[in-house]
Design a protein around this ligand. Structure first.
Ligand code: PGA
Length: 249
């Protein structure tokens, strides 16, 4: 049985004091909870939130990471700096990075390999645009992003990778994929992992759903065989909206 992995992506929200307050609430509310948890505040709040979640059942995530360890990379944050702050998980290839900031599969793959080489867990996000779905290309897009994102990742390293299927048209829009549609893509991604690695690697792979997941739809999504958790944006910004998802069994 795969354990659910429920992760909050706070995106570009919250000052340090707001982030500290939410993290403190979540530590209390999720103590002893049944699932694996992560919260990813903005870079500016990582240090403060790190001190709060340290030693709890909530992992500390970063929302992105540089392709390089150090050097002339204005505005970037290196794996060494994230490690220094106690970050354990890095979200890579989020659709906002792909589409707004033009990160391509080659760059994302470089980040994935660098993060794994530094011992981080990685959440690799994949997902199609609305026009790609309407053109019947959802599977092809997810396959390409999965294959290219994981190129050169060993079977052993893969154990530290979670895939988040996030249909771009469902992110922050209030539109969710139906549990059936989401499950079909998750099953398809599992097949891609089987062909890249092995059936047992695919069986163990945690595949999160992301895109307007909330307290009202989480249970139905998580009930599906291939949906193993959630990467949650909007509903992760308050303890009262994150907790019902986080406590799903
Ligand atoms: P959302 O964001 O839950 O606000 O749709 C999900 C994500 O982008 O990770």
């Amino acid at each position: 049985m795969r354990k659910y992995f429920i992760a909050g992506n706070w995106k570009m929200h919250k000052t340090v004091s707001e982030a500290t307050a939410l993290a403190t609430e979540l530590v209390a509310e999720l103590k002893g909870g049944p699932n694996k948890y992560m919260i990813a505040p903005t870079f500016t709040s990582l240090d403060a939130v790190s001190k709060i979640v340290k030693g709890t059942n909530i992992l500390l995530g970063a929302q992105n990471m540089s392709t390089d360890e150090q050097g002339a990379h204005t505005g970037e944050v290196s794996p060494l700096q994230l490690k220094d702050l106690g970050v354990q998980v890095v979200i890579l290839g989020h659709s906002e990075r792909r589409h707004t900031y033009k990160e391509d599969d080659t760059m994302i793959n470089k980040k994935v390999k660098l993060a794994l080489s530094h011992g981080f867990e990685v959440i690799l996000c994949v997902g199609e645009l609305l026009e790609e779905r309407e053109a019947g290309k959802a599977e092809a897009v997810c396959e390409e992003q999965t294959r290219k994102g994981l190129a050169g990742v060993s079977a052993d390293e893969l154990k530290k990778v979670t895939i988040a299927y996030e249909p771009v048209w469902a992110i922050g829009t209030g539109k969710t994929a139906t549990p059936e549609d989401a499950d079909a893509i998750h099953a398809f991604i599992r097949k891609v992992i089987t062909s890249m690695y092995s059936a047992s690697a695919a069986e163990q792979m945690i595949i999160q759903y992301g895109g307007s997941m909330n307290a009202g739809n989480a249970e139905a999504l998580l009930a599906k065989e291939n949906i193993d958790g959630g990467l949650i944006g909007g509903a992760a910004l308050k303890a009262e909206t994150f907790k019902p998802i986080a406590l799903c069994k």
